[in-house]
Design a protein around this ligand. Sequence first.
Ligand code: SF4
Ligand code: SF4
Ligand code: SF4
Length: 342
Amino acid sequence: MLSRRDFLSGAAGGVAAAAVATTTTDAGAREAKPMPDHALGLLFDGTLCIGCRACVAACKEANGMPPERTMLEGGDYWDAPLDLSGKTLNVIKCYRDGAGTRKDEVNDGFAFTKTSCMHCVDPSCVSVCPVSAMTKDPVTGIVKYSLEACIGCRYCVAACPFGVPRFTYDEAFPRINKCQLCEQRHADGGYSACAEVCPTGATLYGRVKDLQQEVARRKALTPGAKTTYPRGRLGNGDSYQGVAKRYVDHVYGEKEIGGTQVLHLSGVPFELLNKPKLPLDAPARVAETLQGAIYHALMAPIGFLGALLALAYRHMRPADPPLERGVEPGASVKAREKGGEP
Ligand code: SF4
Ligand code: SF4
Ligand code: SF4
């Protein structure tokens, strides 16, 4: 017959073996997510941007965003947003050094950059949302927000490595706001308002695969050579003649945190444009791999505890019989102490 000692040592050994097996096989690293074949996105080429901010105004109009008051030294201005907010989904920022007279130069220069949702291939905001209010479209890859599903926890705000989602604290019924690539315009044949209005093609809309080819073409050009720049939606035929630019050797958004659907070209280093320096691995993949490992590691001790409880239950002595109605607990002992009948 199996002794209690044999049972315990056997159970512990089995559970330990299971724990090792699960943490090294089932709980292996989660696969990196691929870019959807028909992913849509934007290419922002800072060397073509003239800082007109027409894209900021068009974004507001297309998304029904109200103007906001911007407080600046020496006075305040209406709707001159310096950063993203609950009322601003897209903003153009400027780097400036010294005299600030030389476009796309580091010293005594200036340069523009765009800030909006990057539509990450493996988005942290989607990974952390407990109610799937943030979702990634499997076809277009657009990262969308559902007001109906949102519970206002703001995990997405904390998780986004680009600091994109904003919560409308000043509203009676607050919500998250962020760029959704103007998806509401797609059904009528429209596309991102920022790209549509951009006079120089600095913001260009299209399939990410086509935008990547356009990036490769621009990078291969000799600076100063004549070239054609597409405008609006890539492939719609709208273009103009320009001169090839000099770029830093980095396409921001191409590889950061597992890749994004918004690509940036620049003539100055992205650190100067305050773009966060990020790892290549998606935080969502790392976090979900860790969660899986912890879950699997916890299942073994829980199973062991369950086995112990089952064993303890089987060896429990029968419960004391229920007390008779009206008999005080310990009454027989008290009666004996007084010399009476038990
Ligand atoms: S509309 Fe185009 S050129 Fe004007 S600020 Fe926006 S990206 Fe730059
Ligand atoms: S940039 Fe931020 S909000 Fe946009 S998809 Fe990536 S994690 Fe989500
Ligand atoms: S795609 Fe639409 S919502 Fe996004 S930045 Fe451009 S205009 Fe704004």
